[in-house]
Write a protein that binds this ligand. Sequence first.
Ligand SMILES: [Zn+2]
Ligand SMILES: [Zn+2]
Length: 163
Amino acid sequence: MGDLRFQVSDLLGHPGSHRDVHGEVKLFLKVGETTTRSSSATFAHLTAVGEGILAEGWSGIMADHVCVRCLREWEGPVETQWSELFVRHPDGDQNAIASDGVIDLEGVVHDELSLALPADPLCRPHCAGICPECGADLNDAPCEGHGDLSEGPFAALKQLFGS
Ligand SMILES: [Zn+2]
Ligand SMILES: [Zn+2]
């Protein structure tokens, strides 16, 4: 488990003052067929602005993907850039600066990475998928089809013409 809580009291009230921070936090996310079970890494640039602290960050995590067409599984990085304002007196769903001058980036990182995870991952841009009849991976070889020639109406014709 890591921590994405940062003390910003020294920046508050000094617009333009800034600091770079980084941290890690373990996230178990599930979006569609994509899941995570490892630590996310976050680097953020914190800048004091009139109303509070502007946090501009980059977050990344390794995710387990399952191709929605061929069910192939693979692990790959997902990353996202984000920008969020933290204020002392939040209105509605604004991010709050705690009374002790601490901001917690975990909620932001959780939400931003959830948005970045592909709900319908494809192992390749034009994955051919699997044959619904035999389950063959059509990326490896085209399926010859099932029954079209041996059982269908064409079978009789085929016999008739001895092809
Ligand atoms: Zn695929
Ligand atoms: Zn098939």
